[in-house]
Design a protein around this ligand. Structure first.
Ligand SMILES: C[S@@+](CC[C@H](N)C(=O)[O-])C[C@H]1O[C@@H](n2cnc3c(N)ncnc32)[C@H](O)[C@@H]1O
Length: 282
């Protein structure tokens, strides 16, 4: 048995976000699980309280990050000639399904811990959505080597073509040194492609934000619900750019989706957003 740290306790959260994507018409009913529906119902009073008392709409934050990543991915495909995508920690996200349906030239590789990957594979297979263009395989971002390592995942790709790699809802579950070691290993893999883009969302430690106390309470709750912690990373945009550059990325752009709600088809945001989307390139 492997002695490396396990992060399997995070996987149940994918059922909740999967249900949110479905509720907001981003996913077909096949992506819904009983557990996702149950957790969503359980958290409904908390989501309502945060909205009424603090003007914080949890589902809008999730949608902002999801749709901003979608927008950056669409641009990479339509203007950057990208035809292969790897989504790590895909969970029950419908993005692979939506993008392969929209772009017939696209090859989409979804990856997650073995149990979640198996579940996703069965889900897609049952709907007839799996094929040579859309695949699922196991990966563990903590694995330095072996069949679940990044090196093994990237060995399946065409290294003569540009690539986009996505993580969503993953990085803030880990302490900064651990996630930076993943980014450094990822950057090393991405250097083998003619052009590579990494898209992720990130919750920074915005101490000056008027809703900072509520944010801390919210992330504490996420940590408790997933039996781990949910550390916030970097104090501001400059620190984000510096951090990703240190990990080996050559250009880094930081987006605040709350400033682009109109373009993303979302209601206007009442305050500066709490989530950022990072587009880091090599
Ligand atoms: C909050 S869910 C996000 C799922 C999906 N990306 C979304 O936004 O709906 C977190 C995901 O990270 C996956 N995960 C946790 N630890 C991981 C690891 N070490 N390697 C790969 N995936 C991991 C979980 O299995 C789960 O699917």
């Amino acid at each position: 048995m492997s002695e490396r740290a396990s992060s399997a306790h995070i996987s149940p959260s994918a059922h909740y976000t999967g249900y949110v994507w479905y509720l907001h018409r981003l996913a077909e009913p096949a992506f819904v699980t009983g557990f996702g529906r149950f957790v969503h119902g359980l958290l409904a009073p908390i989501s309502w309280g945060a909205r009424v008392a603090f003007d914080l709409d949890i589902e809008q934050f999730l949608l902002q990050r999801h749709l901003q990543i979608d927008a950056q991915l669409s641009a990479a495909i339509e203007h950057g000639g990208v035809c292969q995508v790897v989504e790590i920690a895909c969970g029950l996200s419908p993005r692979g399904r939506r993008f392969t349906a929209r772009y017939p030239q696209l090859r989409y590789l979804e990856a997650d811990l073995p149990l979640m990957a198996a579940r996703k594979r069965l889900l897609l297979q049952a709907q007839g959505w799996l094929g040579t263009r859309h695949r699922v395989r196991a990966v563990d971002i903590l694995a330095a080597d072996g069949s679940q390592s990044l090196a093994s995942l990237f060995a399946e790709l065409d290294r003569s073509q540009p690539v986009v790699v996505i993580t969503e809802g993953l990085v803030n579950y880990f302490e900064l040194p651990l996630i930076e070691s993943f980014w450094a290993r990822l950057a090393e893999q991405l250097r083998q492609f003619p052009r590579a883009t990494y898209l992720t969302e990130l919750y920074p430690d915005l101490r000056e934000h008027p809703r900072y106390r509520q944010l801390r309470w919210g992330v504490g709750l996420v940590g408790r619900l997933t039996r781990g912690s949910y550390p916030l990373h970097y104090r501001n945009e400059a620190a984000i750019v510096e951090g990703f550059s240190r990990c080996g990325f050559t250009s880094v752009e930081v987006f605040d989706p709350s400033r682009a709600t109109l373009a993303l088809g979302l209601p206007p945001s009442k305050s500066e957003g709490l989530v950022r989307v990072i587009e880091a390139r090599i």
